[in-house]
Write a protein that binds this ligand. Structure first.
Ligand SMILES: *Cc1c(COP(=O)(O)O)cnc(C)c1O
Length: 394
């Protein structure tokens, strides 16, 4: 397709723009119809029933497939719905190798639901090829990678792991939620499947829940189409529109998120209340070099550890501009306490082994003015220190 020669900013801005043939509408309409009239017996317009295929959803799916350099895209009702659809590739007796530091919902889906269907998982540091090889079994079918991981921002060398996976005929699946195809395209590095919680950066405005799957290869794309239709956790036409609306500004937003996150993370590295900042854009982050090699930019979220767990509660109470809320990737800044929110379903011993403890906070840096964000955070940290020291002195 000629489109691919355009830069990604142009392709994003133009999603659905010249595809409406009847009226010339410059944004693609929302087709609410669930059924489509057949011209005659044995003929179809290409659309039969909206669970299988819907015109509005198709425009979104084709755009996502193209952006991720895949062959087919599938829009789902949430990131979890997308993950469930992907995991339906596996069945009784199958084994998966999965990133150790993992989105809590993915862990819960694997351990509480897929386990009931006989699918088991081993959690390893996917950047350690020896650990990967050590966890591989005769029944291993796939490797599932988050990079950067959420919340600890560990980086996996995608090309190395996908090459290893291909060698052993394992499917490689990458959760690309944190970087989006604007910054990182795992299929170009050898992955077979990319999944997104489009609720996050793709949508970008904390106002649409959606998931995206992109597959590479004819066989896998056909199987995913079958699962997507059979399971039926598809994205509605109006949410498909809403998601495309958000994606048009993805490039602008990601650049702003990265710029702000880098400035705020750098500010925190020297703050007296902070022990550690986990952000791959910082030069001393262990994954910095790999991240720079395989991605063209950095996500807008990072985590940090306060020196004293008693700071957490007052910090969350004192932030004003930054909202204490779950989720990430929207234009508004949100701060989360992973140990009790997003990662509560991960057993304490796993959480503590990887460092998701009661001193860790995760910050999804929005596109507000960076000076306002730093001032808000600085004031909340100062108030927290004052409260804790005040109580210790009593
Ligand atoms: C939020 C998230 C999910 C789940 O997506 P939902 O849209 O909330 O269902 C999966 N993976 C990652 C990395 C996420 O951040």
């Amino acid at each position: 397709m000629e489109k691919k020669s355009l830069n990604i900013e142009s392709r994003l801005a133009q999603i659905g723009s010249v595809q409406e043939p009847v009226t010339g509408a410059v944004t693609f309409p929302i087709y609410q119809a669930t059924a489509y009239r057949h011209p005659k017996l044995g003929q179809s317009t290409g659309f039969d029933y909206s669970r299988t295929k819907n015109p509005t959803r198709s425009v979104l799916e084709e755009a996502c497939a193209e952006l991720e350099s895949g062959d087919a895209g599938f829009a789902c009702s949430s990131g979890m719905a997308a993950l469930q659809t992907i995991f339906a590739l596996f069945g009784q007796g199958d084994h998966l190798i999965v990133s150790l530091d993992l989105y809590g919902g993915t862990y819960r889906l694997l351990e509480r639901i897929m386990a009931k269907f006989g699918v088991s998982a081993t959690y390893v540091d996917t950047n350690d090829l020896d650990a990967l090889e050590g966890s591989r079994r005769p029944n291993t079918k796939a490797v599932f990678i988050e990079t950067p991981t959420n919340p600890l921002m560990m980086i996996t060398d995608l090309e190395a792991v996908c090459t290893w996976a291909r060698h052993h005929q394992l499917i490689s699946i990458v959760d690309n939620t944190l970087l989006t195809p604007y910054f990182q395209r795992p299929i170009e590095l050898g992955a077979d499947i990319v999944i997104h919680s489009a609720t996050k950066y793709l949508g970008g405005h904390n106002d649409v829940l959606a998931g995206i799957i992109v597959t590479k290869g004819k066989e896998l794309s056909e199987e995913m189409a079958f699962l997507h239709n059979s399971i039926g956790a598809v994205l509605s036409p109006s949410d498909s529109y809403q998601l495309m609306r958000g994606m048009k500004t993805l490039a602008l937003r990601m650049d702003a998120h990265e710029r702000n996150a880098t400035a705020v993370a750098t500010f925190l590295t020297t703050h007296p209340a902070i022990e550690n900042v986990y952000y791959p854009a910082l030069p001393d982050h262990p994954g910095h070099e790999i991240q720079n090699r395989q991605s063209s930019g950095n996500t807008g979220i990072f985590s940090f550890k306060v020196k004293d767990a008693r700071y957490v509660e007052p910090v969350l109470r004192h932030v004003k501009l930054i909202a204490f809320a779950e989720s990430l990737g929207g234009v508004e800044s949100l701060m989360t306490y992973p140990a009790v929110q997003t990662h509560a379903d991960i057993p304490l011993e796993i959480r503590e082994a990887i460092g998701v403890d009661d001193r860790l906070l995760r910050f999804s840096v929005g596109i507000e003015h960076v000076d306002d964000l730093i001032a808000d955070l600085d004031a909340a940290l100062g108030a927290a220190i004052a409260e804790v020291e005040g109580s210790a002195g009593e």
